[in-house]
Design a protein around this ligand. Structure first.
Ligand SMILES: [Ca+2]
Length: 202
């Protein structure tokens, strides 16, 4: 009877029906074992990063440390490796004003440059790419402004550039509102191969 009951269960194959409470998703991917971090500041001055994973309207899924925690030793002696590095930041609602997205090379652990890709997707009403940016990062403690973008109350991105805006402060100042135009005239990268434009993407 048990076998027959199992056979009567029909398995319908269809895409996973997962509803995300999200308007924008920012994904940081990189190769190798370095520890790179995502920093996102909203127009309210709140910053999500590895020490503050959630703030109004946004959250960071986890702090990927590069190699740490990617190797799992099972009781059987089998070793499972997961060498894919990724941090995902979600914007759940619209806060009008300027947003700043930085990445930071927190700890270099290898001699080869880390190859980094940052993407931002808008999910509603239809999924679309806001930007894709690629970098090769060679130096420890390198902080790069990936995007400064202006959002309106409907979630439209009305302006976008990548002029450098430092977000990392000493710990007592993290999260405080700072002058967003202080570094307007500074280009963000000073080594040409650190930034790779992706043709066809604004
Ligand atoms: Ca990290």
């Amino acid at each position: 009877m048990f076998a027959i009951a199992l056979m009567m269960i029909t398995v319908e194959k269809k895409p996973a029906d997962i509803k995300m409470n999200a308007q924008f998703v920012i994904t940081l991917n990189w190769t190798g074992v370095d520890d790179i971090d995502t920093w996102l500041r909203s127009p309210t001055g709140d910053i999500v990063y590895f020490r503050r994973l959630a703030a109004p309207m946004m959250h960071l899924d986890r702090d990927d440390l590069g190699d740490d925690g990617d190797v799992l030793h099972l009781a059987s002696g089998e070793v499972i490796r997961y060498e894919y590095n990724q941090e995902i930041t979600t914007i759940r609602g619209f806060i009008p004003g300027e947003w700043v997205l930085n990445i930071h090379m927190y700890k270099r652990k290898q001699s080869a440059p880390a190859e980094v890709m940052v993407t931002m997707q808008r999910l509603n009403p239809v999924a679309e790419t806001v930007f894709i940016r690629k970098y090769k990062i060679k130096r420890n403690w390198r902080e790069i402004t990936v995007a400064r973008f202006t959002m309106d109350a409907e979630g439209n991105i009305t302006n976008q550039d990548d002029l450098y805006e430092k977000l990392i402060r000493d710990s007592k100042n993290v999260g405080k509102k700072i002058d967003t135009h202080k570094n307007d005239n500074q280009r963000n990268w000073d080594v040409s191969d650190e930034h790779i434009d992706v043709p066809g993407v604004p």
